[in-house]
Design a protein around this ligand. Structure first.
Ligand SMILES: Nc1ncnc2c1ncn2[C@@H]1O[C@H](COP(=O)(O)OP(=O)(O)O)[C@@H](O)[C@H]1O
Ligand SMILES: O=C(OP(=O)(O)O)[C@H](O)COP(=O)(O)O
Length: 398
């Protein structure tokens, strides 16, 4: 028996209004969804509920609109993509609470699927405001959480709702927890973690505990710039959170005390514009021009990183090493991904990677199927790895 209720515990679903929290925070470039993995992963839960006659109401966030209705972060265009992945009509309501939501839910028939507008358009979502959670709950009889990748957030649609309605884990939530336990519950050492990407401020705190769990921490992407700057290196116009210098220094000290090696890039590919085909050059990290951005780690760093992957028995990876969506800044991410995939295929490495953009990067490198496990989650998976309680999971426990 699992420690939480699942869809197996739901019997008569006919006509029931089921609020399903999914993660539709998918990568988008030039207005187009570039990776549908997160949608594909929640499809089984949605189709199972719909097939059993439930009225399936999808709740999701997109981006970080900070409580404002920001048009570029509307879920409206995503509804069509969900529809094509599910091969089932998906209706859309322009608000997740209030009259618009109530009217759209009222018009549903058994088996219908409805997507409600971005929950983060309301400030009550991220504050886990009980009144906002109550407004969401008014449109449902049952709550199913299938958004493992947002389970580290104690928000109204990931945590609050579970106090108000009978709450169940969806199929993906269940599968992610089982797979992570199998792959990383008792990892073979050495364990090497790669952390990159752009969400520096929301992920840097995780590293404080992660360095106690892994033998080496390879830092790339925007995260690396923040650590390099903390070491006194001028990173020019690179994505960097200078106000996190003290945090970066504290993590380096923790790592030293825990015997974890921190691996930072020694060189980088820099450009003055963030666009495909921009003029670029490779420089040592000590020579980043003041008006340039480091958009990928350089060839010497790739050698270092691949050598660490070779040393590893277990690899955990969240966050691309560079701005992989814009060639040639995909080189390091693709090289490391392909090297890890090869080692995994040879039976020499357990490789677990996760995160919306990380999955997209592995697909770009054509190796997503060659990793031991690919999670939909980035931050949530790192927090799980740290042993931190995930509010969205804990609240589902029996
Ligand atoms: N050096 C860099 N400068 C700017 N952006 C970067 C850099 N390296 C990586 N990125 C960006 O980081 C983003 C992914 O970060 P993040 O959201 O943290 O990953 P994930 O979604 O896998 O958890 C990608 O869009 C990528 O372009
Ligand atoms: O994309 C997500 O996380 P990830 O970048 O860690 O993979 C989730 O949708 C959570 O988004 P958030 O980090 O804005 O809360």
């Amino acid at each position: 028996m699992t420690s939480f209720k699942t869809l197996d515990d739901l019997t008569d679903l006919s006509g029931k209004r089921v609020l399903v929290r999914v993660d539709l925070n998918v990568p988008v470039k030039d207005g187009k969804v570039t990776d549908t993995t997160r949608i594909e992963r929640v499809a089984p839960t949605i189709m199972e509920l719909s097939g059993k006659g439930a009225r399936v109401i999808l709740l999701a966030h997109f981006g970080r609109p900070k409580g404002q209705a920001v048009p570029s972060m509307s879920l409206d265009p995503i509804a069509g993509i969900v529809e094509s992945v599910l091969d089932h009509r998906v209706h859309f309501a322009a608000d997740c609470i209030g009259d618009k939501a109530e009217k759209a839910v009222g018009a549903m028939v058994n088996g219908d699927i409805l997507l409600l507008e971005n929950t983060r358009f309301h400030s009550g979502e991220e504050k886990n405001d009980p009144d906002f959670a109550k407004a969401l709950a008014e449109n449902g009889d049952i709550f199913v959480n299938d958004a493992f990748s947002a389970a580290h957030r104690a928000h109204a649609s990931t945590e609050g709702l579970a106090h108000l309605l009978p709450a169940y884990a969806g199929r993906t939530m269940q599968a992610e927890l089982v797979a992570l336990e199998k792959g990383l519950g008792n990892p073979a050492r050495p364990v090497v973690a790669i952390v990159g990407g752009a969400k520096v401020s929301t992920k840097i705190d995780l590293l404080q505990n992660l360095v106690k769990k892994v033998d080496a921490l390879v830092i790339g992407g925007g995260m690396a710039n923040t650590f390099l700057a903390a070491r006194g290196i001028d990173v020019g116009k690179s994505l960097c959170e200078h106000d996190l210098s003290d945090t970066a220094k504290a993590i380096e000290a923790e790592a030293l005390a825990a015997g974890c090696t921190i691996v930072l890039p020694v060189d980088g590919v820099v450009a003055r514009e963030f666009k495909a085909g921009a003029d670029n050059e490779t420089v040592a990290v000590s020579a980043i021009p003041a008006d340039a951005m480091m958009l990928d780690v350089g060839p010497e760093s790739i050698k270092d990183i691949n050598a660490w992957i070779t040393k590893a028995d277990t690899l955990v990876w969240n966050g691309p090493l560079g701005a992989f969506e814009i060639p040639p800044f995909d080189a390091a991410t693709v090289s490391a991904a392909q090297h890890a995939a090869r080692r995994t295929g040879e039976g020499l490495l357990v490789s677990v990677a996760g995160g919306g953009d990380t999955v997209s990067a592995l697909n770009h490198a054509d190796v997503a199927d060659d990793f031991t496990y690919v999670s939909t989650a980035g931050g949530a998976f790192l927090e799980w790895m740290e042993g931190k309680p995930l509010p969205g999971v804990d609240v589902l426990k029996r």
